[in-house]
Design a protein around this ligand. Structure first.
Ligand code: C2E
Ligand code: CA
Ligand code: CA
Ligand code: CA
Length: 279
């Protein structure tokens, strides 16, 4: 429940403020989570705004903690980043998402790309390119069915290095999406200078799109601009039909949010695929 989630969140927040030795305990439990396979990927459908058909999915990690239950990524990802464990986790996500997506392809469901979130820190990992390559090779997934979502925060430390890394990822055939677009710094600069293929408009901008005229104007402007740069535009956090209508009017390409479906575990997502097949 929401309340429980809040309790976990505050538990971990308190942990983060605590002493070094207590952080070591968290460090230990995250290591254990990696070792004992306590992570699970959920998949949230993305919908094509023209056809209303399923066009892809975003992989979202969950931590099934033996004592605390399901822990949300917004709680443990920042800690994993701080403890230097994030690459371990994101490596697992990349491989797992490729493997699961290939399994769906093999079962005869329509071939669609899976989007995986990648923490800013991972762009600075020398092994990233070889991990991506080997994940595709080992699972047999075609690179065009994998996308990576990164936030603008990746550029703060060393923009040149990151641009170079993104170009190498593109060369593998993997598309890059800028997540939480508009939340970071100098967004427009990035649109102009980066070899990216997609932006995702954060749910904060979607939420008041019909209540606040200015907010609508900003989203409309972002989408037009992105289209002039030939970028695909996804809106996340869509919860109402009114939001869908407005975003369609602005010619947003893909929709994602509770209005269509919450994130589903692999079993539920398979059922979702079967149901959409029948329609
Ligand atoms: P994000 O990438 O911006 O993902 C969107 C978040 O919004 C997800 O939360 C999703 O469950 C939630 N969401 C989807 N539709 C709706 C809606 O209609 N309304 C509302 N209010 N929320 C909606 P989640 O799954 O808790 O993930 C939170 C964040 O954790 C993600 O934000 C992403 O930054 C990070 N994250 C998730 N999985 C991974 C991962 O595998 N690796 C890394 N590095 N980060 C991850
Ligand atoms: Ca994302
Ligand atoms: Ca977001
Ligand atoms: Ca994000």
């Amino acid at each position: 429940s929401k309340e429980e989630g809040g309790k976990h969140a505050s538990f971990f927040k308190k942990q983060m403020e605590k002493s070094f030795s207590e952080k070591m305990i968290l460090d230990h439990s995250l290591h254990e989570a990696i070792r004992e396979n306590q992570f699970e990927l959920y998949y949230q459908p993305k919908i094509d705004s023209n056809t209303e058909e399923l066009s892809g999915m975003e992989a979202l990690i969950r931590w099934q903690h033996p004592e605390y239950g399901i822990i949300s990524p917004s709680t443990f990802i920042p800690i994993a980043e701080e403890l230097g464990l994030i690459f371990e986790i994101d490596k697992w996500c990349i491989f797992q998402a490729c493997k699961q997506n290939k399994a769906w392809h093999n079962k005869g469901y329509p071939d669609m790309p899976v989007s995986v979130n990648l923490s800013a820190k991972c762009l600075y990992e020398p092994d990233l390119i070889s991990i991506l390559k080997s994940s595709l090779e080992a699972t047999g997934l075609d690179a065009k069915y994998l996308k990576l979502e990164i936030t603008e925060g990746v550029f703060i430390r060393d923009p040149d290095l990151v641009i170079d890394k993104i170009k190498k990822i593109n060369q593998l055939g993997i598309a890059i999406s800028i997540d939480d677009f508009g939340m970071g710094y100098s967004s427009l600069y990035h649109l102009l200078h980066l070899p990216i293929q997609e932006i995702k408009i954060d749910k904060i901008f979607v939420q008041d799109i019909n209540k606040d005229e200015k907010q609508g104007a900003i989203v409309n402007m972002i989408i037009s601009l992105a289209h002039r740069l030939r970028l695909n535009v996804v809106a996340e956090g869509i919860e109402t039909k009114e939001e869908v209508n407005r975003l369609r009017q602005y010619q947003c390409n893909e929709f994602q949010g509770y209005y269509y479906s919450k994130p589903l575990n692999h079993k539920e997502f398979t059922q979702y695929l079967i149901n959409t097949d029948k329609k």
